[in-house]
Design a protein around this ligand. Structure first.
Ligand code: PLP
Length: 429
């Protein structure tokens, strides 16, 4: 892709004023100027089919007219009040209506916050301190979440290892780690530690790994048996896998869940939702001073974000919307798998039609440790070639949107075929 002097100058300025030259998210060698439906343009004017989708929020595609109109209407009336607002109340009602576990809802501004509050809520409810999470599971950037997300050195379960500099050692002692998709081991750890466990948190679909049949139900059963709140992190899966999220898609209802991305319509908004008796800890009048969990955020339930989120949910609720995006994603997954077979690329497609990727190994992927077989260097080369061919995606994900078209699918498969052939040539050389 050709790069304009204008974009070069911006990148140069970024390197001067931003650590490592970026915001911390996608690689820092591109500046995105605008997006429309399933496409984005960089500051040099290059066009890409966009499967990054802002890391997931733009499930309807960029600048959807209904979402834009709802946000603009609110902006004209003021952008934040630090008080209840109509759009936020209606958005909470829509979440209660859609999400099986949601009896009450509290808003925050990011998935990180939502997950940190959900864990604190479980501690307050259970009057215990430890949380069990799964190796490789992502729950944002709090101290408690950055435990055994991507350990380089594999330890023994349930020992937690810190993923970031700056996290106190004492936090690791309050976390227990289990391998995803191993119901037996998780259940035995939960039973063994039941007297000190406050909650169990997981992504019901961990990164790109679907739950094995029976895994979520086994966790549901053992946490219910032990009276320990089960938390589904649905920041990614909420309103994406189904109207009721992964809990509807997989038919297992947790006690609490966190939501983000889609419910903010592209603005900063996330939520904790769940059982009324647990959410009661946010209400001093119900639980008293000692059990009360204060929760204040300047922008929590921001009216512009809530209006955009509500408008997004209204579009998603229209009949046929999920069928359409699942069909688009399935066509992509099938097309990629065909090209992999044709070109004998040592790779496979994993995930579901709304969220998947190609992983560069033929090993079965069922937990974090099996993902280590992925050839990250090959994945990086393929992603770079896709980008050069006008396809933008995250390092490890394709997010599909309602706005992607058959032409977008055809363009993507064409770019992937060229990239795979180049990889095959490189391997033969
Ligand atoms: C499963 C999951 N939980 C939590 C988060 C954190 O959300 P945020 O980036 O809004 O803090 C993410 C973000 O990608 C996520 O994928």
């Amino acid at each position: 892709m050709a790069r304009s002097e204008h974009e070069e100058a911006l990148l140069e300025q970024a390197r001067k004023v931003l650590p490592a030259g970026g915001f911390g998210n996608l690689s820092f060698d591109i500046v995105i100027r605008e997006g429309k439906a399933g496409r984005v343009w960089d500051e040099s004017g290059n066009e890409y089919v966009d499967f990054l989708l802002g890391s997931g929020p733009m499930f309807l595609g960029h600048a959807h007219p209904d979402v834009t109109a709802a946000a603009q209407a609110q902006i004209g009336k003021g952008t934040t009040f630090f008080a209840n607002n109509a759009a936020g109340i209606r958005l909470a009602a829509a979440i209660v209506d859609a999400v099986p576990c949601a009896e009450k809802v509290r808003f925050v501004s990011s998935g990180t916050e939502a997950d940190a509050y959900a864990m604190r809520l479980a501690r307050a409810f259970r009057k215990r301190e430890k949380i069990l999470k799964f190796e490789g599971g992502y729950h944002g950037m709090s101290d408690w979440s950055l435990m055994s997300l991507a350990p380089k050195r594999l330890g023994n379960f349930p020992q937690a290892s810190r993923d970031s500099a700056g996290i106190p050692r004492s936090v690791a002692a309050d976390m227990l780690i289990a391998p995803f998709n191993n119901a037996e081991l998780a259940a035995s750890l939960i039973r063994e530690h039941r007297e000190e466990l406050a909650g169990v948190i997981l992504e019901p679909f961990q990164r790109l790994i679907p739950p094995a049949p029976g895994f979520l139900q086994a966790l549901r059963d053992v946490t219910r048996e032990c009276g320990i709140p089960l938390i589904f992190d649905e920041v990614v899966t909420g309103f994406r896998f189904a109207w009721g999220g992964a809990q509807e898609f997989y038919g297992v209802t947790p006690d609490l869940c966190t939501l983000g991305k889609i419910i903010g319509g592209g603005f900063p908004l996330a939520a904790i939702a769940g059982r009324a008796d647990i959410m009661a800890h946010f209400d001093r009048s119900l639980v008293g001073d000692e059990n009360f969990l204060p929760m204040i955020g300047t922008l929590s339930g921001n009216p512009v974000a809530a209006a955009a989120g509500l408008a997004s949910l209204e579009v998603l609720k229209r009949p046929g919307t999920y069928d359409r995006v699942f069909a688009t994603g399935q066509a992509l997954m099938d097309g990629l798998a065909e090209i992999i077979a044709e070109t004998s690329l040592p790779a496979q497609v994993i995930g579901v039609p709304v969220l998947f990727d190609v992983v560069y190994t033929r090993e079965t992927i069922r937990d974090y440790r099996s993902t280590m077989a992925n050839d990250a260097a090959m994945q990086g080369r393929m992603n770079q070639r896709l980008r050069a061919g006008g396809v933008l995606k995250g390092d490890t994900k394709f997010y599909t949107s309602v706005a992607h078209t058959e032409a977008d699918v055809a363009h993507t498969l064409d770019a992937f075929r060229k990239a795979a052939l180049e990889e095959a040539r490189k391997a033969a050389a």
